[in-house]
Design a protein around this ligand. Structure first.
Ligand SMILES: [Zn+2]
Length: 373
């Protein structure tokens, strides 16, 4: 299974300059190639092949106006061309109906929030004995290794985000790591909600942790500050940078929380079931913001790959089964209930239900039904 691992990088001043140059060169190569394709199309010429773009780049390096391209690792520039190829392929596949439609490749800008370059195996990048990331023409960069890599990665992407932070992102092949079976236990149903982050079929209710709520509160505050600054002013620019930084903090805090909770639930249970969110459908409604904030799909994705990796069962259950209208004990349909009704008594069997725990139990029932056939 392929997993992505990202680690914070702390480049020295000189290395930050070299990285800025590499981001810039990768962008110029990408944009030159994109423009060449667009010009060829406008002139009614055939679609330019990747080899022709690559040859054009080699010629451009000899042009005094583009000679600085030679100061950056050639592999990084080649990779930039391959990224353009991938963007075109995704675009054409969308037109052909092979995948969801996306827009045509667009020009990159120095103002883009996210800058990145990729080093493949033949770029001769490596992790040094002292744990630094050695990048060609950039140097040995300090890394904070927050967890161990399960295998040696072939490529590394270096990213600078909108908050000015640097990351190394690796895609690695991770072997399965089955956990001992938990023995007894029927599995766990998870109901994702707004009031609690999650309610479990065993009755536990899990709130968003305080560090995350605090970060979110701070984010709302700095967002309000931006709207009070005059448009185009230097202060507004500063406030926006601040928002980007706090945004990054919130995303980190959320990911951390999702990792901790998903690891815990997968370890504790032989089978885990969650509702299929169809986030795309929900995103068009007023719920969009809270769906986005709660980051449910990120969490469910973690449950899924961790379950697969650790030999656990995982399944998504259709929304209809997450219902708070159906008694999880006897299956009696009790009819719709307004959101303020938090508890009810089943008219069929007399069971007392907490609305959300009952929904989680329905998810568990349906999950077991669909996975045991
Ligand atoms: Zn009942």
């Amino acid at each position: 299974m392929q997993l992505r691992y990202a680690f914070r990088l702390y480049p020295a001043q000189r290395q930050r300059q070299a990285l800025a140059q590499a981001f810039g060169c990768a962008r110029v190569v990408y944009n030159d190639a994109l423009r060449a394709r667009q010009d060829a199309r406008a002139a009614g010429l055939p679609y330019l092949k990747a080899a022709e773009l690559s040859a054009a780049m080699t010629v451009a390096k000899k042009n005094p106006e583009r000679c600085w391209l030679g100061e950056v690792s050639a592999v990084v520039l080649q990779q930039s061309l391959r990224d353009l190829e991938a963007a075109y392929r995704a675009f054409f596949d969308g037109l052909a109906g092979k995948r969801p439609r996306i827009g045509a490749p667009r020009f990159k800008s120095r103002k883009d929030a996210r800058q990145s370059i990729r080093f493949t195996a033949n770029a001769r990048w490596r992790i040094t004995e002292r744990g630094k990331l050695a990048l060609p023409k950039i140097g040995e960069v300090e890394v904070r290794w927050s967890r161990a890599l399960p295998s040696v990665p072939a490529t590394v992407t270096v990213i600078k985000d909108a908050a000015g932070r640097y990351f190394a992102s690796f895609v690695v092949q991770a072997a399965d790591d089955p956990l001992p079976e938990t023995g007894a236990g029927e599995g766990l149903g998870i109901d994702l909600g707004l009031e609690h982050f999650a309610v479990l079929s065993d009755g536990r209710k899990i709130a968003s942790p305080r560090f995350l709520r605090r970060a979110e509160k701070k984010l709302r505050k700095v967002q309000r500050a931006v709207s009070r600054k005059q448009k185009g002013s230097a202060n507004r620019g500063k406030a926006r940078t601040r928002v980007a930084r706090v945004h990054a903090e919130v995303a980190d805090a959320r990911r951390e929380f999702h990792h901790r909770l998903s690891t815990m639930l997968v370890r504790e249970n032989q089978a885990v079931y969650a509702e299929d969110l169809c986030v795309k459908g929900l995103a068009r409604t007023r719920l969009a913001k809270s769906v986005h904030d709660a980051g449910w799909s990120q969490f469910i994705g973690m449950l899924e790959y961790k379950a697969a990796r650790h030999g656990r069962t995982f399944a998504r259950v259709g929304r209809a089964f997450a219902s708070s209208q159906i008694c999880s004990g006897c299956g009696f349909r009790d009819g719709p209930k307004p959101l303020h009704v938090r508890a009810w008594t089943c008219a069929g069997c007399g069971a007392e239900h907490d609305r959300d725990v009952n929904a989680a139990r329905n998810i568990l029932n349906e999950g077991r039904r669909i996975t045991t056939g």
